[in-house]
Structures are given as structure tokens and as C-alpha cells.
Design a protein around this ligand. Structure first.
Ligand code: ATP
Ligand code: MG
Length: 395
């Protein structure tokens, strides 16, 4: 097992104080898969107060004392250290009523969602794997810890997580676990929207979202994410070809929804302003045929920086001919917004325009320049502007 030096030091410090500590969760799973973990989680028998004492020479953030989590910043890297924990009963189907601490790592592992996420490793004690997570990694299988129906009824977010890990890792979902995910899908209605969105956005930006999305559609989970809107199989199958970013992929996903529906879905998922603007722009442009350089420039004028991804989406949906994406990219530096024009509002005022006529004239000039970029020349534009302004005033 390879891990950074500071992780080894954290575990050694705990052991020197008579406590046990392990690498757990996604970091360990990824290490065993040969993927570089994006972070490491440590579980320990030490109570949070003791953890804070052991690392009093470091920057310690009391992240979630109630849940036993303390963040220690080691060489600039935040490491979450959580006391071994048992979750009490889940009467509301999303949060445990209480959590209690334990010094038994196996009890801590038994509250975790899937066998591949329920292992622990320490250099002195080796791998603790009571639920055979290593075997499931070898079988490439997502399998709930314990009875999947019970586990999904405790916290239905785990259903989303099963589909998300399946997409990210390219693993299958164990038959019993998948069956329970189907039976228990209704529980998703009780889960906070941002938790659902967090898992869903990870799923759609993964390497292989298609299979998971088809399963979610078939098993009744997707409607708890997208409501009544049902993306076609064509859309789902092309998603992996979009850049792995939320605006690009949500844009293609929502491209056959009307704009109000798309906006409402993004709002319900608590998408950020940037994600919303981007996804709506890509969705809008995805429906347009971009077949010529002038079309590509018009697309830039319509959706700005999202034009390239919009063109890619429309090419994937076979609305635009193949090559539309590359062609659109080649138009990226041409003038496509009023800011790119070689004249401005002051010039229009000097020519006698005022109020709305200034903006209207600039828009008219832009549309001429988008059709023919060689018109973006100060002299030519001033002449065209004069003509336009005089005509408007004459009317
Ligand atoms: P990622 O690579 O996305 O961080 P992860 O497995 O580390 O994946 P986290 O959400 O960071 O996922 O959670 C860390 C660990 O906590 C998981 O590996 C799992 O053991 C446990 N866990 C997280 N969420 C749940 C949940 N809803 N129910 C049970 N256990 C959970
Ligand atoms: Mg993690």
C-alpha cells in the first residue's frame, strides 16, 4: 500500500498514545484499485478531544464534533479524522437519531454503505475487511453492507451512491443491492436536494454514466432527480462524449426539455448560477443546426462561451453535421459580441443616436458582422451605422 508520509505519521502518533487508527473509506478503496485517492480519511479509536490534543502542534479544525470528525491540516493537506462510530436508528429515513462512539473498528465499518467502502488498513494491523470488500473489488461489484433493503431504508441517498460508484468505477451493482435500490427508490423523495445533486453531478461527469442512468431510469430513481422529464436513450448514450463538466453534460441531458422545465430541474438541484447559465446555453444551442461558419458565429452570438459545447451536443444528437464542433472552435476568435465591434456606443451618439437607438444600432451592426466578419472595420461600420441611424430616424 502506498500513501503519503503524513498519513503514516498520523497513524503512528495515535498508536504511540495507545489508540488505533486506520485509513478507511474512499481513499483506501481507490488505493486498492490503483487509483490515486483525492483525499484520505482516517478512523480512530481516540475521542475527538484526544485527537485534537494529539495534533495540538497542527492546525486543527473541529469540523463535526457531534459526528466525531476533526480535520487536521498536515503539510497543507486537510485530513479528516473520525472517531469509530455506530449510528443509532434511522426513524426519519435520512439521519441517524444518535451517533455513539466505539473502540471497535468492525462496528464502525458495519455502518458504512458498500463493502468496497467498508475496509480499514493500518501498516501495523494490516487490512480489516469483515465484509469482503477486497473480493468485491476483484469482482468489480457494488454490494451493500448487510441487508440492502434495511440499509437503503436507513438512508436512501445510498441508492444514488450505488449508481454513482457504478458509473465512476465501471462496476456492476450486486443483484440483491440493485433489487433493493429499485424497491426503495421512493425514499429518495425524503433526501435533501443538494445531497442528491452532489451524487448525480458526480455520476453524470464520470467516465461511464450511460449504464447507471439507464438503470436509474428503469428502476425509478431518475424521476427523483429529473422529475417528469425523461431524456432519450440517444441522449444518455452520447453523454460520455461531452467534456466531463456539469454545464456541458447537464446541457446535453436537458436538451430536449423546454426551457422552463430545464430551468426548474436545475433550480431544484440547487445548481449554481454558472452551472445553470452554462447548462441552459448548451441545451439551447444543442437544438440548433450549425452547418456553416456563419451558423457557428451566430451560435457564439447567442450563447457566448458555451457555443463550442453546444455545437458538440448538436453534433452528437445529429442535428448538426459531423465536424460542427471543430468548425465552431475555429470561429472562437471572430467578432461575435457587441464588445468585439470596432465601434461603440459613443460613436453611435456622435452619429446622432440616443436612448434605445444606440443599442439597437449596435445589435444591427453585430448581426451584419456575424454574417460577414470582414465588415468589422471602423470606417465600414461607421458608414453602416450612419445609414441605419438615419433610416430609423426617417421612420
Ligand atoms: P469519494 O471518492 O467520492 O470521496 P467516498 O467513498 O470517499 O468517495 P465519501 O462521501 O467521501 O465517499 O464518504 C467517505 C466514506 O464514508 C465512504 O467510503 C463510506 O464508507 C462512508 N459513507 C459516506 N456516505 C455514506 C452513507 N450515506 N451511508 C453510509 N456510509 C457512508
Ligand atoms: Mg471521500
Amino acid at each position: 500500500m502506498k500513501y503519503p508520509e503524513y498519513i503514516g505519521e498520523i497513524i503512528r502518533r495515535f498508536e504511540a498514545c495507545g489508540e488505533s487508527a486506520y485509513i478507511v473509506g474512499g481513499g483506501l478503496r481507490d488505493m486498492m484499485l490503483g487509483i490515486e485517492p483525492h483525499d484520505y480519511d482516517i478512523a480512530t479509536s481516540a475521542l475527538p478531544k484526544k485527537t485534537a490534543e494529539i495534533f495540538s502542534d497542527k492546525h486543527v479544525i473541529e469540523t463535526g464534533l457531534k459526528h466525531g470528525t476533526v480535520t487536521v491540516v498536515f503539510d497543507g493537506e486537510p485530513v479528516e479524522i473520525t472517531t469509530f462510530r455506530i449510528d443509532g436508528s434511522y426513524t426519519d429515513m435520512r439521519h441517524p437519531d444518535s451517533v455513539s462512539f466505539t473502540d471497535d473498528i468492525t462496528l464502525d465499518l458495519s455502518r458504512r454503505d458498500f463493502t468496497i467502502n467498508a475496509m480499514a488498513y493500518s501498516p501495523s494491523r494490516g487490512l480489516v475487511d469483515p465484509f469482503f470488500g477486497r473480493a468485491d473489488i476483484e469482482k468489480r461489484l457494488i454490494c451493500a453492507v448487510g441487508d440492502p433493503v434495511k440499509r437503503f431504508s436507513e438512508d436512501a441517498l445510498r441508492i444514488m451512491r450505488a449508481y454513482r460508484f457504478s458509473a465512476q468505477l465501471g462496476f456492476s451493482i450486486d443483484e440483491g443491492t440493485l433489487d433493493a435500490a429499485m424497491k426503495m427508490a421512493e425514499g429518495l423523495a425524503l433526501i435533501a436536494r443538494e445531497r442528491i445533486a452532489n451524487e448525480f453531478f458526480k455520476l453524470i461527469t464520470s467516465g461511464d454514466p450511460y449504464r447507471s442512468l439507464v438503470m436509474m431510469q428503469r428502476n425509478g430513481a431518475l424521476k427523483y432527480v429529473l422529475g417528469e422529464y425523461e431524456p432519450s436513450d440517444e441522449i444518455l448514450s452520447q453523454l460520455c462524449k461531452m467534456p466531463a463538466m456539469v454545464p456541458a453534460r447537464m446541457g446535453l441531458l436537458l436538451s430536449r426539455a423546454d426551457e422552463d422545465t430545464a430551468r426548474e430541474i436545475l433550480r431544484s438541484l440547487r445548481a449554481s448560477g454558472k452551472q445553470t447559465t452554462g447548462a441552459l446555453a448548451v441545451a439551447r444551442g444543442a437544438c440548433l443546426k450549425t452547418a456553416s461558419p456563419a451558423d457557428a458565429r451566430r451560435l457564439f452570438a447567442l450563447v457566448g462561451i458555451y457555443a463550442e459545447h453546444a455545437a458538440l451536443a448538436s453534433e452528437l444528437l445529429e442535428i448538426s453535421p459531423s465536424g460542427a464542433y471543430e468548425m465552431t472552435k475555429r470561429q472562437a476568435d471572430t467578432p461575435t459580441s457587441i464588445r468585439d465591434l470596432k465601434v461603440n456606443g459613443k460613436d453611435m451618439a456622435k452619429l446622432g443616436a440616443s436612448g434605445r437607438l444606440i443599442g439597437d444600432t449596435l445589435s444591427a451592426l453585430l448581426s451584419m458582422v456575424v454574417d460577414d466578419p470582414t465588415l468589422n472595420d471602423r470606417e465600414k461600420l461607421l458608414a453602416l451605422a450612419e445609414e441605419t441611424i438615419n433610416k430609423s430616424k426617417g421612420n
